[in-house]
Design a protein around this ligand. Structure first.
Ligand code: ZN
Length: 500
């Protein structure tokens, strides 16, 4: 049952979309360190599968322009960006205070080329937003992006720079409302926090909740001030399967699309929600995961597809390859083509993997209650009115096709900087580390260190968005006019359990 999806003119998957795919051939060389579950190599494996399935010739393939300091500073604090640029494995011993301050060292280690890694993955996401803004594609893909935990001045959960927030800020130059959807198994906390007090971005995160990193994402966390009811959280339990997941995803996202009517959608496709993930505990098949992509695509709204988590890397590559096919409207053969990483996919060498027989701890009643509560929250929003646009801020420079890059000067104007507030709201509470259980399913070794970390503070400043005279959406908030710097601070109601 498709709720709210646009009917498409032809074929089981409708019309073809113009797709731009961002890939930096260096990305697979970055290495978080021995035993660390985050492996950028999975992006290269995905790319190899795309190449051998013959998908690259159906897309515009672009090498991202690295994001520059001032691009990153649209969201991140200058001293944090300076730190990321200057820190090296050799100098980190002299910077212990800074490491602690920026939460760099354990989950988020210093490694060779760290800053180039950050600017490459952020460059792809911002570049995708620029292409969408120009109407040069219908769907932009950056599997290296989606690092949703990064905060304004803090690394978190393997994420250093929040490419998603940066891409959304770019989309907001053209679109009055942007929708963010997150299907990673972890709560999309960094993105939610950045836009918690505005109605110009709606965030919807489906995640494991309860004794799980990062600890936020309660059903009752709905946004604050003008942003009230513009943050949606869908807390789930272990073992959720395709059918249970879609029994929430489609009705909720169908309703969101109906009432919010975003100008663009950003979908974070974290693959740690797949069955058999090294850090995850859900039981989704690749088809079940990809159904979210298929469904969001069906609305024919400019769509930015990003990666995210995913720690059983052969399945990550399978998933993002299949989802690239979905974006293109192409169904892929289950039997894999020969390619340089073929041996990872034995013994079956198929694209799809069967989910397990693990227990689904999400009862029908609980799912029904969650769905009812969220649909009720959505009913508190009026239908989005038509909006009038005002002058649009300059674009971030456009990426050029592959070799053909030029150094344009027209990055966005700092005077139009939409991120401004610098308030920090101290919050009692704590989070556990993301990097926890070594999994016997995976041959890679892992440290068993799972010491809880203290979270000094949660930065809950608003994206002090550009003034706008249009588009009131919330019933109780008649205006979206945002004063730069007027951040309403809403400390998160964070669980305080810090199980070691
Ligand atoms: Zn994750």
């Amino acid at each position: 049952m498709e709720l709210g999806g646009n009917s498409l003119p032809s074929g089981p998957d409708g019309v073809k979309r113009k797709v731009t795919y961002f890939y930096d051939a260096e990305i697979g060389n970055y290495y978080y360190g021995q035993g660390h579950p985050m492996k950028p190599h999975r992006i290269r494996m995905t790319h190899a599968l795309l190449a051998h399935y013959g998908l690259l010739q159906h897309m515009s393939v672009m090498k991202p322009n690295p994001a520059r300091d001032k691009d990153l500073s649209k969201f991140h604090a200058d001293d944090y960006v300076n730190f990321l640029r200057s820190i090296t494995p050799e100098t980190q011993q002299d910077q212990l205070r800074q490491l602690k301050r920026f939460n760099v060292g354990e989950d988020c280690p210093v490694f060779d080329g760290l800053y180039s890694f950050c600017t490459a993955y952020a460059g792809g996401s911002v570049g995708g937003a620029v292409k969408l803004n120009h109407g040069q594609c219908d769907i932009a893909i950056n599997w290296a992006g989606g690092l949703h935990h990064a905060k304004k001045c803090e690394a978190s959960g393997f994420c250093y720079v929040n490419d998603i927030v940066l891409a959304i800020l770019e989309l907001l130059k053209v679109h009055e409302r942007v929708l963010y959807v997150d299907i990673d198994i972890h709560h999309g906390d960094g993105v939610e926090e950045a836009f918690y007090t505005t109605d110009r971005v709606m965030t919807v995160s489906f995640h494991k909740f309860g004794d799980y990193f990062p600890g936020t994402g309660d059903l009752r966390d709905v946004g604050f001030g003008k942003g009230k009811y513009y943050s949606l959280n869908v807390p789930l339990d272990d073992g959720i399967d395709d059918e249970s997941y879609q029994s929430l995803f489609k009705p909720i996202m169908g309703k969101v699309m109906e009432v919010y009517r975003p100008g663009a959608v950003v979908l974070q496709c974290g693959a740690d929600s797949l069955s058999g993930d090294r850090l995850g505990c859900f039981n989704l098949s690749i088809k079940g995961h990809a159904e979210c992509v298929r469904y969001m695509r069906s609305f024919n709204v400019p769509l930015l597809l990003l990666g995210g988590g995913g720690y059983t890397i052969r399945n990550v590559a399978r998933c993002w390859c299949y989802e690239t096919g979905v974006a293109l409207g192409m169904e892929l053969e289950d039997k894999m083509p020969q390619h340089e990483y073929f041996e990872y996919f034995g013994p079956d060498y198929n694209l799809h993997v069967a989910p397990s027989n693990m227990e689904n701890k999400n009862s029908r009643q609980i799912l029904e209650d969650i769905r009812a509560k969220l649909l009720d929250n959505l009913s508190k929003l009026q239908h989005a009115p038509s909006v009038q646009f005002q002058e649009r801020p300059p674009d971030t420079e456009l990426p050029e096709a592959d070799e053909d890059r030029e150094d344009a000067d027209e990055r966005w104007d700092p005077d139009n900087d939409v991120m401004d507030a610098d308030d920090r709201a101290p919050t009692a509470g704590g989070v556990k580390r993301e990097f926890v259980e070594p999994d016997s399913k995976d041959v890679d070794d892992m440290e068993e260190d799972e010491r809880p970390r203290e979270l000094d503070s949660m930065v809950t400043d608003t994206a002090g968005l550009k003034e706008s005279n249009s588009a009131p959406v919330a019933v109780d908030e008649p205006s979206v006019k945002l004063e730069p710097g007027s951040s309403s601070k809403q400390p998160f109601d964070m669980p305080v359990d810090m199980n070691p």
